[in-house]
Design a protein around this ligand. Structure first.
Ligand SMILES: *[C@@H]1O[C@H](CO)[C@@H](O)[C@H](O)[C@H]1NC(C)=O
Ligand SMILES: *[C@@H]1O[C@H](CO)[C@@H](O)[C@H](O)[C@H]1NC(C)=O
Ligand SMILES: *[C@@H]1O[C@H](CO)[C@@H](O)[C@H](O)[C@H]1NC(C)=O
Ligand SMILES: *[C@@H]1O[C@H](CO)[C@@H](O)[C@H](O)[C@H]1NC(C)=O
Length: 625
């Protein structure tokens, strides 16, 4: 109640002040500015929510588009990751009493149950592989264009959002016989089975650029397995796969640390990859896996841990001299505009709102924790961070009651606030948050009204409230209090079973049984020429060349000009298909005859596997002189 009253008072103040005497921005105190922007940000998220969001025409119920922008860039899709991170925020706000949000949460559950059954270029539900697809059209249909896929953080983050909501249902007892919880569990279970089966395979990172193992993905997977096992037990489910994999994932997570910071991507498949590995990926990891009841643990990379603080300093420092708009920030000063990573060239590489806001969120999370355990421990690893916010900081343990403890907390709070002020100073008067703001002059850039930017503001605001009052930002996810990391890390996987979550809203006729069909095509090509596959079903692009599936030339050699396509198809399907060449000029060359394929009926081993051998039968392109 105190929290509610406090919030109401704060909101009233901000409304009154802003309406009654239009102050210049800088004269309004930070807490008031934050409350004003938080309202705009939450509304911005709801505007991007189908079917009724004002900015989301045509989006299905429960679908969150990434941004209303349809051109340069076109973000009018729903990303599993962005939507899941945002729904986690929506669920946390709901838990704080914003009851209007429940209908959005219920729509989201249903939309995700449907989406899990939509087969796509990453695969289908039969093998689980389709769950790793990064994005779909807003009408819940597949997107066949070339993309960095799969992305294996989506299922983990979606599980985390749904687990948080399901635990709420169980805790209130309002869900008689736990019926709603059990329905949602069916969606969660598919996602957790995916994590258990595929965590140890490479995929694309959260920026959709790097094919490898991402720190963010691995940490999100660990969290989902731990809290999923706990929830599953409560619902009398078999959670042995999650319990067996979680320690292996945690072990793997430790290998990203290089002594100074967590390297964002390892096991990188691209041969031309050269980056420092300092990346907002890791700061977002600290906030996405924050547990308000966990110790300041390095193993779990908690926001208050020495490693996460050292990492944060490296991250901030990598932008100090990079962007023109940081020119007035001193060598150790606060309020640095930060982006994804220093080598970024997307839209010429700019600061992002969500990454700039992740910095203070990590620090507010840390303050919450220090204030609860009444202790700050500064060690070798974290000393440089501490001296950057409080120059006279020394190695030692500081407890509540020491004047140093208060000084350290105050210094971190002021330092964190500086980043919020920077983000707010580059936010237009109407509160709209784009994806980026210009490195030169802070003008908003790239996609407008980005759902994730808005969500990041709301979570930052909750973290700050929790750092400065008795507001309880997020529930604990049951982070282990003394995490057991195996002595040696083991590669592992548990093959999962997958089924449409019909009780949660998935279509009853979704094909549960599939075959993974590998098409091996002999086709000599030259550099710049690519081969695609299409045919007469949705999985094969319905004969639309724009929806044809891209082949891989990864195994192409002079001896064997091999193009491969891996397509997951419903058991028993009868199909027609052919291959096409796309020339560098844009010209498309078609095979002369349609081919046919009968996918076998459902077998004992699900999903089945089948290989088809073909050889190009049609015109060949000519290299331009
Ligand atoms: C879904 O949306 C896409 C992109 O707008 C569109 O091309 C497609 O025709 C739509 N499909 C259906 C079934 O409405
Ligand atoms: C799989 O796990 C092992 C053991 O942790 C690790 O060495 C390897 O890099 C991992 N590979 C991927 C792709 O996750
Ligand atoms: C594709 O073509 C085959 C062979 O003509 C036909 O049996 C099948 O019904 C078609 N599939 C679809 C989805 O139209
Ligand atoms: C493809 O090429 C390989 C190696 O040259 C050959 O063994 C194989 O028979 C070819 N496949 C087809 C369908 O022609």
């Amino acid at each position: 109640m105190r929290v509610q009253a406090f919030l109401t008072a704060l909101a009233a103040t901000s409304l009154h002040e802003v309406a009654a005497k239009p102050l210049r921005r800088q004269e309004v105190d930070l807490a008031t500015r934050i409350e004003t922007e938080k309202k705009a940000a939450l509304q911005g998220v709801l505007n991007n929510f189908g079917p009724d969001g004002s900015q989301a025409p045509g989006a299905s119920a429960g679908v969150l588009i990434a941004s209303p922008s349809t051109d340069n860039p076109n973000y009018y899709y729903t990303w599993t990751r962005d939507a899941a991170l945002t729904l986690k925020m929506v669920i946390d706000e709901f838990l704080h009493g914003d009851e209007d949000l429940q209908s959005y949460i219920r729509d989201y559950v249903k939309s995700q149950a449907i989406l899990q059954t939509v087969s796509n270029p990453s695969g289908a539900l039969g093998s689980g592989r389709g769950l790793g697809e990064p994005k779909f059209y807003a009408n819940l249909t597949r997107f066949n264009g070339d993309w960095g896929r799969p992305q294996r953080d989506g299922p983990a983050l979606r599980a985390t959002a749904l687990i948080t909501y399901t635990r709420y249902l169980l805790s209130t007892g309002i869900d008689s016989d736990n019926a709603e919880a059990k329905d949602i569990w069916l969606v969660i279970e598919n996602d957790l089975n995916y994590v258990s089966q595929y965590w140890n395979q490479t995929g694309f990172d959260l920026w959709e650029e790097v094919d490898g193992s991402s720190f963010f993905t691995t940490a999100a997977q660990h969290r989902a397995l731990v809290e999923g096992a706990a929830l599953g037990k409560q619902l009398q489910q078999d959670v042995s796969a999650y319990e067996s994999q979680a320690p292996n994932v945690l072990c793997f997570l430790q290998t990203f640390w290089n002594g100074k910071y967590a390297v964002a991507n390892i096991n990188v498949q691209q041969s031309d990859f050269s980056r420092s590995g300092i990346d907002a990926n890791t700061v977002l990891t600290a906030i996405a896996t924050f547990d308000p009841e966990a110790s300041c643990d390095d193993t779990l990379f908690q926001p208050c841990s020495s490693r996460a603080l050292a990492n944060l300093k490296e991250y901030i420092d990598s932008f100090r001299t990079l962007y023109t708009i940081n020119k007035d920030v001193s060598e150790t000063g606060t309020g640095v505009a930060t982006g994804r990573y220093a080598e970024d060239v997307y839209f010429n590489g700019n600061p992002w709102y969500l990454t700039t806001l992740a910095v203070p969120e990590q620090l507010y999370d840390a303050i919450q924790r220090w204030s609860t355990i009444n202790t700050i421990a500064i060690d070798d690893t974290s000393l440089a961070f501490w001296q950057s916010v409080y120059p006279s900081a020394q190695i030692g343990t500081y407890t509540k009651g020491d004047s140093d403890f208060t000084k350290l907390i105050d210094a971190v709070l002021a330092y964190a606030d500086g980043f919020v002020e920077t983000a707010l100073n580059y936010t237009p008067e109407n509160g709209a948050l784009a994806e980026q703001y210009s490195r030169e002059d802070g003008t908003p850039l790239s996609a407008r009204e980005l759902t994730w930017s808005y969500a990041s503001f709301v979570t930052m605001r909750a973290a700050r409230l929790a750092a400065t009052s008795d507001y309880a930002q997020v529930p604990s996810w049951g982070a282990p209090s003394s995490p057991q990391v195996p002595d040696t890390c083991t590669p592992s996987s548990v093959k999962g079973t997958y089924a449409p979550a019909v009780a949660a809203g998935a279509p009853a006729d979704a094909p549960a049984c599939t075959y993974i069909v590998t098409f091996n095509l002999n086709a000599s090509t030259f550099y710049g020429e690519n081969i695609y596959l299409f045919g007469n079903s949705t999985d094969l692009g319905d004969w639309r060349v724009s929806d044809a599936l891209a082949g891989s030339a990864a195994a192409y050699t002079d001896e064997r000009p091999l193009w491969t396509f891996m397509v997951e198809l419903p058991a028993g399907a009868a199909l027609e298909y052919k291959f096409v060449r796309k020339e560098p000029s844009g010209e498309v060359l078609y095979e002369v005859e349609d081919r046919s394929l009968g996918v076998p009926e459902c077998g004992d081993e699900a999903p089945g596997e089948e290989t088809v051998e073909d050889s190009w039968n049609g015109p060949v392109g000519g290299e331009m002189e």
